[in-house]
Write a protein of this length. Structure first.
Length: 357
């Protein structure tokens, strides 16, 4: 081979190497751009579900169906291998928030960072209200809709237990695929623990004989006031009534006894109609809780405020607060004050309504 020919071949090989280097650089640039660039076509609230048995090609196909066009399958495969996610995508629902890159999504799928949904049991809800809200919760699986209360408690593992008051008001996180029964079991366990904690801290001179009695009275306290500092005061007032054999005479128990037919008004005949929950006609506690008491109501009932008050009535100014009294005559004066404020409030509303017409 002549020197001239050797120089030509050397130049050709160098050219090929340069082309390979340039081509490799372009491929690498395209790959890194794919891996870290936000995926186009995503909208707030979008998500993707990785089902059991889904391979990476199936996941990419689901992304395409969701409107994602980023990357070729070979690039998704390469990225999955680089991240150690190949064959390790965890089952669940994953957020496709705008701005998410393929790298971020595959890391989330590798690490199982699934979307958490929330269901909140509100303090003071009764069992009907809780079950109605639960039936509307999405994307929960609904396994309890056809169960009556007795069958529900059996499914939870508490056959024969009345369901009222047995689920702790809190926010419970769940993931797609969980059932309403899963949430209720957790709420029931949480109430058991919260009730036990309150019972262990109860006042040494408590008139309450069992944790169930504490739960019942706490449910009444919960329904009587939404003002945190009033709860121990009202709990103490009810304890004193129980101690001296005075009837509780609390409207929320009467309303609970009326049941689903309650129309928002409590009438004199309702107070006089005897039911197991009418604390105007019957002494002592009602047979079951009347609502789901929160932790604060449980603790207020376990550790009621001392005092000598036996009566209370709403202030009547819309604040939700109450006027307290030691004697019946003081209470009657407070009731007159309440009625006066209530009438003034109604008159003001009527005048405002006429003025807006």
């Amino acid at each position: 081979m002549s020197r001239k020919t050797g120089r030509r071949l050397g130049g050709f090989f160098l050219f090929v190497l340069l082309l390979a280097a340039v081509g490799g650089g372009l491929l690498w640039q395209r790959y890194t751009s794919f891996a870290d660039a936000p995926m186009a076509g995503l909208e707030e609230g979008d998500s993707i579900v990785v089902a059991p048995g889904d391979s990476l090609p199936i996941v990419v196909r689901k992304l395409r169906e969701a409107g994602v066009r980023s990357g070729e399958l070979v690039e998704w495969r390469a990225l999955a291998r680089q991240l150690g996610a190949a064959g390790k995508l965890q089952v669940g629902e994953y957020a496709l928030a705008p701005g998410t890159s393929p790298r971020e999504l595959l890391i989330a799928m590798r690490d199982g960072k699934v979307i958490s949904h929330r269901f909140t049991i509100v303090e003071g809800w009764n069992i009907r209200e809780m079950r109605a809200a639960l039936a509307k919760a999405e994307p929960l699986e609904h396994d309890t809709g056809k169960l009556d209360d007795a069958a529900l408690m059996k499914a939870i593992g508490e056959p024969g237990q009345h369901p009222e008051g047995r689920f702790l008001p809190e926010t419970y996180l769940y993931t797609r695929g969980d059932s309403d029964l899963d949430v209720l079991k957790r709420a029931h366990e949480a109430m058991d623990k919260a009730l036990d904690d309150a019972w262990q801290q109860r006042a040494s001179d408590s008139v309450l004989k069992t944790p169930d009695e504490l739960l019942i009275l706490a449910s009444i306290v919960e329904k009587e006031t939404g003002i945190a500092e009033e709860r121990p005061r009202i709990a103490g007032l009810f304890e004193r009534r129980l101690r001296i054999g005075m009837r509780l005479q609390t409207d929320p128990t009467v309303i609970y006894g009326i049941g689903a037919s309650y129309d928002g008004n409590i009438r004199k005949r309702d107070l006089q109609t005897d039911t197991p929950y009418n604390t105007y006609t019957r002494a002592g506690l009602p047979p079951t809780p009347i609502a789901m008491p929160g932790r604060d109501a449980l603790m207020a009932t376990a550790k009621p405020a001392p005092g000598d008050e036996l009566f209370f009535v709403a202030v009547g100014d819309g604040s939700g607060r109450h006027l307290f009294a030691r004697t019946l005559s003081e209470h009657e004066a407070n009731v007159r004050t309440y009625l006066q404020r209530y009438r003034q409030s109604q008159q003001s509303r009527a005048e405002a309504s006429q003025g807006s017409q």
